[in-house]
Each structure stands twice: as structure tokens, then as C-alpha cells.
Design a protein around this ligand. Structure first.
Ligand SMILES: *Cc1c(COP(=O)(O)O)cnc(C)c1O
Length: 231
């Protein structure tokens, strides 16, 4: 894991440089370490360097890691595809969910959120590019979904998330991501969190107004193909 510390430092430096280039305070950015397919040992090693927020895509794998790392004060973000049969575990075991894209999921998460944990922090996943995936609410349906989530007592609507089709070059990436910023500012009242920016477009995301960067490979190195959850 010798390379890990160097990668974490390099990422922190990239974020700082991107913030300064965009005229933004580096402290206005939260780094979510995307630890899908990484073992609990790798998460613990990054946590030991001061990283607190971790993002997971695959539910069972995430639950196994959370159990192995239960003594650490980590904040877990669910960023994977969300289906109805996963909402209870997400509501019970995560602080944030970034992939709410339909009213039914919101209502289930709210009903299933243990009250003692306080509201589940929610970002609505917006589909910016029609071809990419099925996930995400269409921009024209966003305001109605936000209204539903705001009415859910177990949820706190914090912002928007996007996973746009990959683009090459800073300006193309920035323009693409800025669509999310525009949609967020049109939501009355504005939702402050913009969850966007991955290893290949973090500079553009910061320039476009991202607040929460979701970085995997830049931190952990290349991912092995997805496996069944490992010990
Ligand atoms: C895997 C993943 C990331 C991180 O991607 P990298 O390119 O490894 O930084 C971010 N967001 C989501 C939703 C992901 O699935």
C-alpha cells in the first residue's frame, strides 16, 4: 500500500489546484473516496490518512466492509444503482444516498429510515445524457421529484448528482457538468450539493461548481473486475 499515500496526496493536491484555478476555496469541496471493489483493508488505509467519506455501489459488498470497519467514524455514501429491494438496507446503513431518481424509492427510503439516525441525506440523480443509462430523473421531472422528497420526513434533500456520458477535454466536460449546476439553481429553494466529478473530470467538475467529488481510481488505483464480496 506504499502507493496509496502518494495517490491520496496527489488527489488532495489536484483538488486544491482545481479549486484555486476556479477561484474557489478548497474547503468548499468534499472528497468522497469511491471504494467499490476495494477491500476493507484499503478503506482502512485511506481512512488512516484522514479520509472520512466513502462511496459504495454494491450493497452487500458495502455492508460487509461497514461491519469490518464499524469501529471507525466513517461517513458512508450509497452511489450505486438503487432498486426497491435495496432501500431498507440503504436507509439503515448509510448517511447519504446519491442515486434517488423516482418518487417510489424516496417514499420507501423515508419510511424505512430509522428515526434515531436522523434524516437520510439525499441527492437526486439526474439523467443528463439520454443514451447513458436508465438511471436518473429526466430534467423535466426533477422539480416534481424534489417536491416529493421535500415532503418525506425521513429524508433531507441536499442536492443533485450526475454521472454524465464521458467527454474528452476540459471545456466539453465543464459544459456538460454545468447543466447540473443550472438545474440545481432552478430548484426552488436551491439545493446546495452538487455531486459530480470523477477521476477523469474532477478539474472540470470543480470549475462547474461541484461540491462533492466522487473519486475512485485516482485514489485507490485501477479496479479489479467486480467480484463477489471478499472477506
Ligand atoms: C465508480 C464510480 C465513481 C468513481 O469513478 P472513478 O473513475 O474511479 O473515479 C464515481 N461515481 C460513481 C457513481 C461510480 O459508480
Amino acid at each position: 500500500m506504499a502507493g496509496l499515500e502518494a495517490r491520496v496526496q496527489a488527489v488532495q493536491e489536484r483538488i486544491r489546484a482545481a479549486a484555486l484555478a476556479a477561484g474557489r476555496a478548497p474547503e468548499s469541496l468534499t472528497l468522497i473516496a469511491v471504494s467499490k471493489t476495494q477491500g476493507a483493508d484499503a478503506v482502512a488505509a485511506v481512512a488512516a490518512l484522514g479520509q472520512r467519506d466513502f462511496g459504495e455501489n454494491y450493497l452487500q459488498e458495502a455492508l460487509d466492509k461497514q461491519a469490518a470497519l464499524a469501529t471507525l467514524p466513517l461517513c458512508w455514501h450509497f452511489i450505486g444503482a438503487l432498486q426497491s429491494n435495496k432501500t431498507r438496507a440503504v436507509a439503515e446503513h448509510f448517511s447519504w444516498v446519491h442515486t434517488v431518481d423516482r418518487a417510489k424509492l424516496a417514499e420507501r427510503l423515508s419510511a424505512q429510515r430509522p428515526r434515531a439516525l436522523g434524516p437520510l441525506k439525499v441527492c437526486l440523480q439526474v439523467k443528463l445524457d439520454p443514451e447513458e443509462t436508465k438511471a436518473g430523473v429526466a430534467p423535466e421531472d426533477l422539480a416534481a421529484l424534489a417536491e416529493v422528497v421535500r415532503g418525506c420526513p425521513g429524508l433531507e434533500l441536499l442536492g443533485l448528482m450526475a454521472l454524465p456520458a464521458p467527454r474528452t477535454g476540459f471545456e466539453a466536460q465543464r459544459e456538460s457538468l454545468a447543466r447540473l449546476t443550472t438545474l440545481a439553481s432552478a430548484l426552488p429553494p436551491a439545493a446546495p450539493v452538487l455531486s459530480m466529478g470523477m477521476s477523469d473530470d474532477l478539474e472540470a467538475a470543480v470549475a462547474a461548481g461541484a461540491t462533492h467529488l466522487r473519486l475512485g481510481t485516482a485514489l485507490f488505483g485501477p479496479r479489479a473486475p467486480k467480484r463477489e464480496s471478499t472477506p
